[in-house]
Design a protein around this ligand. Sequence first.
Ligand SMILES: NC(=O)c1ccc[n+]([C@@H]2O[C@H](COP(=O)([O-])OP(=O)(O)OC[C@H]3O[C@@H](n4cnc5c(N)ncnc54)[C@H](OP(=O)(O)O)[C@@H]3O)[C@@H](O)[C@H]2O)c1
Length: 292
Amino acid sequence: MTRVAFIGLGLMGKPMAKRLLRCGHELTVHNRSRGPVEELEALGARAASSPEEAARSSEVTFLMLPDSKDVRDVVLGEGGLMGGLKSGSIVVDCSTVSPMTEVEIASKLAGLGVSYLDAPVTGGTVAAEAGTLTFMVGGEREAFERVRPLLECMGRRIEYMGPSGSGQLTKLANQIAVAGTLLAAAEALVFAVKVGLDPRKVLDVIGSGAAGSWQLNNLGPKMIERDYSPGFKVEHLRKDLRIVLEVAERTGVPLFGASTVHQLTKVLSAMGFDKHGTQAVFEVLLRFSHEA
Ligand SMILES: NC(=O)c1ccc[n+]([C@@H]2O[C@H](COP(=O)([O-])OP(=O)(O)OC[C@H]3O[C@@H](n4cnc5c(N)ncnc54)[C@H](OP(=O)(O)O)[C@@H]3O)[C@@H](O)[C@H]2O)c1
């Protein structure tokens, strides 16, 4: 049993924290709003009023927060982790944030004798609930080996990718592929609707062939039902592609698909879809289609 803290109990963090409890670990939780904290308390977790308090009692602290600024505030800000972390402890950031932020925080915490791993995930809320996430981890290998049993409570595939920042860089490659297949799925299904085909039948047929993808097979049915309830929010895809393009700019890689989808996420945000699932790309394409 390990003394674990978990900060950020949103769509992903809450089910991940529940899995740590189910594995028998002693868990302390903190979140900006109270609701999910009370839910975890009812299951046996302890509540902390600040990240600093959460870190004080834990050997390993997990973060699952929206963006780079949130991670920076929670670790380095007032009442942040830095005030409570003990030498020899480990912080594992599972959020998708800038690799540059991760390298900077890792070097600051190293000065306190604390290891910092970037460990973003893929698989969405379904995998978070089932404990079948994929973890892509960057940082010191020794710290990775120490937290591996905890990651195995929440994931099925746990991969060490290299030094600090490598986990986030792998996740950005993942998001480039996600953006392309999301747009392809939405375009194919809007096209099917507009040419008068039964989109359910089309999805069934093309989803099992060469066009099949996670995006098409998991989000396609929701697109057809125009169910835009969030698994992965539009605001998070916009943030991920912003980071992708920042890194690509530094490295000179041309990213045609990711750039287009990034522009499209701005349109989705302007149309009020920020807190909806990314399958709402379908709705925008549908509304932009005109009658021939
Ligand atoms: N959803 C997915 O399918 C998915 C998949 C892979 C990776 N990710 C990544 O995982 C991260 C989290 O995603 P999510 O979907 O779980 O997001 P989310 O539902 O928006 O949850 C974020 C959580 O962080 C809390 N929070 C924000 N700032 C905080 C602070 N300063 N102190 C304490 N708590 C704070 C929020 O509290 P409130 O309750 O007050 O809002 C919320 O509970 C993002 O980086 C996302 O890109 C998401």
